[in-house]
Write a protein that binds this ligand. Structure first.
Ligand code: SF4
Length: 264
């Protein structure tokens, strides 16, 4: 087996594997750093990445008890101001002990661990609501989002935590909330059937990964994925980065997810 005993599966590395087994091999087994931008235009994407980082930090500070008006006074960027106001309009005021923020949750999984870092988890009236802040400029189609590994891994991890044993999967809900599109969150309810299906899929995937030899981590046939992959020059799949606005459905690649800070 090529994976170290300390390896931790995440939605990001499982998504990498599904997108391209060779990318998983380069990133997770060889741990190969390869300098290349993942999406163009660079300056614009860097600014967006910075704004996404600041938005996540503002939310974290808000839930740690810093008054909203103090945080509002620190924002100078007009678009971030709009995002922040949209967030405040959600009117989230959880009581102490009923929520966690930016928390890394892990469960045993196939001889390793499976981890999910949750932006905000609320426990209210016997329900658990998982929030994920999506600061991308694109809002993928609902079906595309639901097919992502994140939509399987997050609720699966939360429903299988020891602390969730008294909570039925039917009481878990996941919310993808976009500060740039506050009126159209993508919400889906979890279920026992979905939990069973996710368990089967995730375990099969982990078994496939752990049983592979080096030569079996093949490059993807979908070269569209390569446009947004840092290893494209290494793989001889082009030198220029893809332009994130070009694709009507950018979630076919990582473009809509690059700046969502879910990389653990
Ligand atoms: S450039 Fe393409 S083939 Fe190479 S690792 Fe990236 S996605 Fe895989």
């Amino acid at each position: 087996m090529l994976l170290p005993d300390s390896f931790v599966f995440t939605q990001q590395n499982l998504q990498d594997y599904k997108d391209c087994a060779y990318r998983f091999y380069l990133k997770e087994i060889l741990r190969l750093d390869w300098p290349a931008v993942e999406s163009e235009p660079i300056r614009e994407q860097e600014a967006l990445m910075l704004m996404g980082t600041r938005f996540h930090l503002l939310c974290q500070q808000y839930f740690s008890g810093i008054p909203a008006d103090v945080l509002s006074g620190q924002i100078t960027h007009p678009e971030l101001t709009d995002w922040w106001q949209n967030f405040l309009n959600l009117n989230l005021h959880p009581t102490p002990g009923s929520f966690s923020v930016e928390k890394l949750n892990t469960i045993p999984f196939g001889g390793f661990r499976l981890a999910a870092k949750i932006d905000l988890m609320l426990k209210t009236d016997g329900k658990i609501i998982i929030y994920d802040w999506k600061t991308s400029q694109h809002q993928p189609k609902r079906q595309t989002l639901l097919a992502r590994m994140q939509s399987k891994v997050y609720p699966f991890v939360i429903s299988n935590l020891p602390a969730s044993q008294t909570v039925q999967p039917e009481s878990i809900e996941m919310v993808y909330w976009y500060p740039a599109f506050p009126q159209s969150p993508v919400i889906f309810a979890y279920s026992s059937a979905q939990n069973d299906a996710d368990q089967t899929e995730l375990e099969l995937l982990a078994a496939e990964i752990t049983s592979k030899d080096k030569e079996a981590f093949n490059k993807t046939d979908n070269t569209k994925v390569c446009k947004f992959c840092r290893y494209r020059s290494l793989c001889d799949r082009g030198k220029e980065a893809g332009t994130s606005e070009l694709d009507e459905e950018p979630a076919d690649s990582d473009a809509a997810f690059i700046f969502d800070f879910d990389s653990i």
